[in-house]
Design a protein around this ligand. Structure first.
Ligand SMILES: [Mn+2]
Length: 252
């Protein structure tokens, strides 16, 4: 259907679609759909809430977490609850994998997972199932999201979940993906699709043409970072404090 639009006394015949566009511009509510990708939270709930305010997060935004919501920081359980409440997407991080493994094979328990297990209490089983259902990666038209990185010369669907959640470097064969003296995996990634990842706090925020690393070490007293797509803008908030020391250990 067409309609009439009156401007400066001139009557113009316009389509419904154009009318709607004019109305939206007049109201000033037009905002393109955004994808917001948040780096490793590690239980830093206060910083996460502050980041969403700074991002001007709205329910119409697609909100995705890069994994490692839990461990190290003070509010792991509350972060899980908050992420579910927001109806956000999340991929699995090495800390969720470690926690699942530790719970399913109790002999490999460590103090951190024992503490978190007791925090979850009667909800443990519910959260284990939630973590087990997290995808290992999200392959979107515009970006590929992985927790740690892409194994060189492999499509993500052909890589193990463990490798996608842990890789930092490439040894040329794939025997050890953690040796600090080897080149980082993204040196071997030549495709144009943007890979978004977290995991490597020691490396910090990384911005390359086809790879963006979002773990800027919030739990170590640095920043919590998010990426806004499609504009490729980074938004950060400072940590309230250092919750743990960033050691030389690569498995952090
Ligand atoms: Mn990680």
């Amino acid at each position: 259907m067409n309609g009439l639009f009156v401007t400066n006394g001139i009557v113009v015949l316009i389509s419904d679609a154009v009318q709607l566009l004019i109305q939206m511009c007049y109201i000033g509510s037009m905002r393109l759909p955004r994808t917001l990708i948040v780096g490793d939270v590690h239980g830093c709930l206060d910083e996460l809430k502050e980041l969403l305010v700074k991002l001007q997060y709205e329910a119409s935004d697609r909100l995705i977490f890069v994994g490692d919501l839990i461990h190290k920081g003070p509010y792991s359980k509350e972060v899980l609850e908050f992420v579910v409440q927001l109806n956000a997407e999340c991929i699995v991080g090495n800390h969720e994998l470690r926690f699942i493994k530790s719970c399913r094979k109790p002999e490999s328990d460590n103090p951190e997972t024992l503490r978190f297990k007791s925090q979850l209490g009667v909800d443990l089983d519910k959260w284990l199932k939630w973590m087990e259902a997290l995808p290992a990666f999200i392959d979107d038209d515009e970006f590929l999201l992985v927790h740690a990185g892409v194994v060189p010369h492999q499509a993500p669907q052909n890589s193990s979940v463990k490798d996608l959640a842990n890789i930092r470097t490439w040894d040329g064969v794939g025997n050890n993906l953690q040796v600090e003296s080897n080149p980082p995996w993204f040196e071997f990634y030549k495709q144009s699709k943007l890979v978004v990842f977290g995991h490597w706090a020691k490396l910090g925020l990384l911005e390359r043409e086809n790879a963006i690393g979002l773990d800027s070490g919030c739990v170590y007293g640095k920043q919590l970072s998010a990426l806004i797509l499609p504009e490729r803008k980074i938004v950060q908030v400072n940590a309230k404090k250092s919750y743990v020391e960033l050691g030389a250990k690569l498995s952090c």
